[in-house]
Design a protein around this ligand. Structure first.
Ligand code: BGC
Length: 820
C-alpha cells in the first residue's frame, strides 16, 4: 500500500509530509487518504496540543530521574503502557518521550527529565518505557539525539565528545532503544555534535543510527531545531518540526530540482513517514484529534506506587518509619510542604487535575490530624509567586490594543504561553493582549511584584506603571532564553483593599531565526522575613518530630536554563540547621531534580529524596514516612560532596558550561561513578545507594563458568531478608576489566535486578553477561573490543558497597563491529 501511495504522490506531496502542519500535527494528503497525526509531549504525562502552561488536564507521572531511581524496568514498562492511554485521550499517536540524555554535570536544567549517569541503567529503563508505550500502538520518540547534556546556549552549543565516549556512554542507551526497544521515532538534539548540528549530522543520523543500528523509523527535529534545507534531509532528518515549514516546502522542491537533494532521498523520508502512520494504525482508523481528560483509577494507583518505588532513603538513624501512635505532635515544615511540587519545568509540563501536597498526604494518613502543624519557614522560588486569580484576557490584532478585541477569554493564573491563538484573524507574530485582574492583599505592608516576558509588556497597578518590561527590554534566560529576566518592584499595599492589576502585552519582532515565543508571567508575594524561620523553629521545638520539606521546583529544574549550583536555593540550608538544632528527630524530605550538597547532613536524623513523583506526591510521601511502603529507590546519579567534585567541572569553563560555543567532554568515559572511582573522589552518596526498612544477607554468588565463552556467563546469588519487614534489594553487577591498551573505568554497571523479598525469606536472582559487556570501544579497530585477561564480576549493593568479587577468564579477544 505504501509503495502505491508513494508512486501516486507528486514530489510536492512527498515533500509536504516532511514538515509539520502546525505545532503538533503532521500534514494530511486527503487525495491519497494520508491522515494527519498528532504528537504530544512528553515524558511524564500527555499534554496534548496547546500551550505549555495549560491545555486539557492530564495525569502527571514521575519525572525521568524518579524513574531512574526505581531501577525497575517492569514498572516503567507499565507506566509506558499507561501513558499511551493518556496520549490517546489527547488524540495523539506519537509521544515525544523518553528523554535519555546522560546526567553529566548535575547542573543540567533537564537533569530531572533524564534517567541516570549510567548508560546501562538508562538503556534498560528506556527500552522498557519505549516497549510499554508502543505496546499500546503509540510511537515513542527517543530524544534528544545526541549530546544534549546541558541547556546553556542549547540552540548553538557544540558538544565535543570523542568517539569512544560517545559509543560507550552517550549513544549507548539510544542504541538499546533501537535494537531492543524498536523505537518508532527519534528526535534530534538542538546542539551540535562535534561541530555539526545534530539535525544535519549524517554520521549520527544515517551512518550510526540507520546503517549500524538498523533504525527504520522517523527522525524529527527538536522544535525549531532544524535550520537548513538540503543539509538536514541529506543527513537523514525526515521531519521538520514544528510546522508550518520554514526550510522545506517550496525550498526543498527547488533543492531537488537544482540537484542538491536526490529525489530518492525525498521518497525514502516520505516512505518512513507513511510507515510510521501505518505503525500507529492511522490508515486503519484516522485519529480523532479531539482532546479529553482521562482520569483512571489504575493510573492514579500506578503513579502512587511509582512514588515510593523511586524514593531514596539516604539516611536513617532509626526515626523512620514514623510510629504514628508515639507522635502526639508533628511539625510539617518548609517550602515544599503545603505546595505540591510534582514535576519539572519546560515542555515536560502538563495541566494536572489535582496534585497532593505532602501536607495533604500526611493529613489524610494521620488518625488525628489535629496533631499536625505547619509553617513554611522560607521560600525558594526563583520567580515571584505566580498570581492566581480570575483574569480577563482580551486579544487584539496588531500592536497597541486598538479597537475592539477579536477574542475575549478567562484565565485563572498569571502565566501565558501562546502557541495556537484562539482566533484565526490573529497573526501569531503581530498581536497584542490586555490582561486585567484584581488583587486584594491579606496583610498590610510591602508586596513584591515580578514579571518576565517574551515580547513586550507593562504591568500597572491602579493604572500606575509598576513594571516596565517594554522600554529597554533585554534578553534574559526565561522561556528558553527568549524572555527578559524577571523584573521586580516593591509597593506597600493595604490589607482588604482591592487593587486593579493590568498587563499590556505586545508580540516581539519576528526575525525569522530560531525559536519564536510569545509569553508573559507575572506574580506577587509578601517578602518573608527571618520571623518565618523562627516560627518554623518554634513549631519544631514543640513537636515530637519535625518533617522538613525542602528542595526546588519546576522553575529551577527546567528546560531552557541550567542550575547555578548544587545548593538548596534560598534560606533552606539555614532552615534545616536551625530546626535540627532544636529537634533531634528532624527528617528532611528532599525534592530536587538531581544531586544537591547537604552541609547539614550530620545534624539531621533522616533524609529521603522524593524527586518530582507526579500528582500522588503527598500520598506517596505518607506511604513511605509511615512505613506502609518501604522507600524502594536507589540513586541513579552520584551525589558529590561538592559541585567541584563533579567530572564535568574539572576543566571549567571549557568542560562546563563551555567556552566559545564548545563544551568539551574532556573527562571522556569517566563520568559519574566512573570518575569518582578512577580519580579517588569520595562521593557524599554513591551511585546505586539507598536504604530500606529491613536488612539483607547476601550469599556468595555462583557463576555458570569461570571461562568466558561467546554465549556469555550467568551469575546467581541468594539474598536473605533477615529483618522483620518485607523489603527490596537491588543487586548491581559491575565488571572490572584487566589493564589493557586504554584506561578503562574501575568498574561498570552491566546488569542489575530488583528483588522483593518478604521478611525472613530468601530470594534468588540470576544475571547474565554477554561478550559486549566486557568491551570498550576501540577507535583504532572501529569496533567494540574485549582484550583477553582476567575480568572481575562485582556484585554490589551500590557503587561503594561491593559484596563479592568473582574472577573469570577470557582467553581470546572479542572484536565486535558496531553494526553487530
Ligand atoms: C523540547 C522537546 C519537546 C519539544 C516540543 C522542545 O523545546 O526540547 O523535548 O518535545 O520542545 O515541546
Amino acid at each position: 500500500m505504501i509503495e502505491s501511495i508513494l508512486d501516486r504522490m507528486t514530489l510536492e506531496e512527498q515533500v509536504s509530509l516532511l514538515s509539520g502542519a502546525d505545532f503538533w500535527t503532521t500534514v494530511a494528503i486527503d487525495r491519497l487518504g494520508v491522515p494527519k497525526v498528532k504528537v504530544t509531549d512528553g515524558p511524564n504525562g500527555a499534554r496534548g496540543a496547546g500551550s505549555l502552561v495549560g491545555g486539557v488536564e492530564a495525569a502527571c507521572y514521575p519525572v525521568g530521574i524518579a524513574l531512574g531511581a526505581t531501577w525497575n524496568p517492569e514498572l516503567v514498562r507499565r507506566m509506558g503502557a499507561s501513558l499511551a492511554g493518556q496520549a490517546k485521550s489527547k488524540g495523539a499517536s506519537i509521544l515525544l518521550a523518553p528523554t535519555i540524555n546522560i546526567h553529566r554535570s548535575g547542573l543540567n536544567g533537564r537533569n530531572f527529565e533524564c534517567y541516570s549517569e549510567d548508560p546501562h541503567l538508562t538503556g534498560e529503563l528506556a527500552v522498557a518505557y519505549v516497549q510499554g508505550v508502543q505496546s499500546e500502538g503509540i510511537a515513542a520518540t527517543v530524544k534528544h539525539f545526541a549530546g544534549n547534556e546541558s541547556e546553556v546556549e542549547r540552540q548553538t552549543m557544540s558538544s565535543d565528545i570523542d568517539e569512544r565516549t560517545l559509543r560507550e556512554i552517550y549513544l549507548a542507551p539510544f542504541e538499546q532503544t533501537v535494537r531492543r526497544g524498536k523505537a518508532m521515532a527519534f528526535m534530534s538534539a538542538y546542539n551540535k555534535l562535534n561541530g555539526v548540528y545534530s539535525s544535519e549530522n549524517d554520521w549520527l543520523l544515517t551512518q550510526v543510527l540507520r546503517e549500524e543500528w538498523g533504525f527504520d523509523g522517523v527522525v524529527m527535529s527538536d522544535w525549531f531545531g532544524s535550520r537548513t534545507t538540503a543539509e538536514t534531509i541529506n543527513a537523514g532528518l525526515d521531519l521538520e518540526m514544528p510546522g508550518p515549514t520554514r526550510d522545506r516546502g517550496d525550498k526543498l522542491v527547488a533543492a531537488v530540482r537544482d540537484g542538491k537533494v536526490k529525489p530518492e532521498n525525498i521518497r525514502e523520508a516520505a516512505r518512513r513517514m507513511l510507515v510510521l502512520l501505518e505503525r500507529v494504525g492511522a490508515f486503519e482508523t484516522p485519529p480523532d484529534l479531539n482532546e479529553r481528560f482521562l482520569d483512571r483509577e489504575e493510573d492514579r494507583t500506578l503513579i502512587r506506587q511509582l512514588g515510593s518505588e523511586g524514593a531514596v532513603l539516604l539516611k536513617n538513624n532509626g526515626v523512620l518509619p514514623l510510629e504514628m501512635t508515639s507522635l502526639a505532635r508533628i511539625a510539617v515544615l518548609g517550602p515544599n510542604a503545603a505546595t505540591a511540587r510534582i514535576m519539572g519545568g519546560g515542555s515536560a509540563q502538563i495541566a494536572t487535575s489535582y496534585a497532593i501536597s505532602p501536607l495533604q498526604g500526611i493529613q489524610a494518613a494521620l488518625q488525628n490530624p489535629n496533631s499536625m502543624q505547619h509553617a513554611v519557614g522560607c521560600r525558594h522560588n526563583r520567580l515571584v509567586e505566580l498570581l492566581q486569580a480570575d483574569i480577563h484576557v482580551e486579544f487584539f490584532a496588531g500592536h497597541g490594543r486598538e479597537g475592539t478585541p477579536l477574542h475575549i477569554e478567562k484565565a485563572v493564573k498569571g502565566e501565558f504561553f501562546w502557541f495556537d491563538l484562539p482566533e484565526k484573524r490573529l497573526d501569531p507574530t503581530n498581536f497584542s493582549v490586555r490582561l486585567s485582574t484584581t488583587f486584594t492583599p491579606d496583610e498590610t505592608g510591602e508586596h513584591v511584584f515580578g514579571m518576565t516576558n517574551a515580547g513586550l509588556a507593562r504591568l500597572y497597578i491602579d493604572d500606575t506603571l509598576l513594571i516596565d518590561g517594554n522600554d529597554g527590554w533585554t534578553k534574559g534566560e526565561n522561556y528558553f532564553g527568549t524572555a527578559n529576566d524577571e523584573i521586580r518592584a516593591s509597593v506597600t499595599l493595604e490589607a482588604g483593599r482591592r487593587y486593579n492589576i493590568r498587563v499590556d502585552y505586545d508580540t516581539p519582532e519576528a526575525n525569522g531565526e530560531g525559536i519564536y515565543i510569545t509569553a508573559v508571567r507575572f506574580g506577587v508575594e509578601r517578602p518573608l522575613g527571618i520571623d518565618a524561620i523562627d516560627e518554623a523553629v518554634e513549631l519544631a521545638r514543640n513537636s515530637d518530630v519535625a518533617l522538613v520539606f525542602v528542595g526546588r521546583d519546576g522553575e529551577w529544574d527546567t528546560e531552557g536554563l541550567d542550575l547555578p549550583d548544587l545548593r538548596l536555593p534560598g534560606k533552606q540550608d539555614e532552615l534545616i540547621r536551625r530546626i535540627a538544632a532544636v529537634n533531634s528527630k528532624t527528617v528532611v524530605v528532599l525534592q530536587t531534580g538531581g544531586p544537591i550538597e547537604m552541609p547539614w547532613l550530620d545534624d539531621v536524623a533522616a533524609v529521603v529524596q522524593f524527586w518530582y513523583p507526579g500528582q500522588e506526591l503527598g500520598n506517596a510521601v505518607a506511604d513511605v514516612l509511615f512505613g506502609d511502603v518501604e522507600p524502594r529507590g536507589r540513586l541513579p546519579q552520584t551525589f558529590p560532596r561538592s559541585l567541584w567534585d563533579n567530572s564535568a567541572m574539572a576543566g571549567h569553563p571549557e568542560t562546563y558550561p563551555g567556552k566559545d560555543g564548545h563544551v568539551r567532554y574532556e573527562e571522556g568515559v569517566f563520568v559519574g561513578y566512573r570518575h569518582h572511582d578512577a580519580r579517588g573522589v569520595e562521593p557524599l552518596f554513591p551511585f546505586g545507594y539507598g536504604l530500606g526498612y529491613t536488612e539483607f544477607n547476601w550469599s556468595q554468588p555462583t557463576v555458570s563458568s569461570r571461562e568466558f565463552g561467546s554465549e556469555g556467563i550467568s551469575v546467581t546469588v541468594d539474598i536473605q531478608n533477615v529483618g522483620s519487614r518485607s523489603g527490596s534489594e537491588v543487586v548491581q553487577l559491575y565488571i572490572r576489566s584487566p589493564k589493557g591498551k586504554v584506561e578503562r573505568p574501575d568498574k561498570e554497571l552491566r546488569a542489575f535486578a530488583k528483588m522483593f523479598i518478604p521478611a525472613g525469606q530468601t530470594g534468588t536472582t540470576t544475571l547474565a553477561i554477554k561478550p559486549r559487556d566486557l568491551c570498550y570501544y576501540d577507535v583504532d579497530l572501529s569496533a567494540f573490543h574485549a582484550e583477553p585477561g582476567t575480568y572481575e564480576i562485582l556484585l554490589a549493593a551500590n557503587a561503594s558497597d561491593i559484596r563479592s568479587v568473582t574472577q573469570i577468564t577470557l582467553s581470546h579477544a572479542y572484536i565486535l563491529p558496531p553494526e553487530a
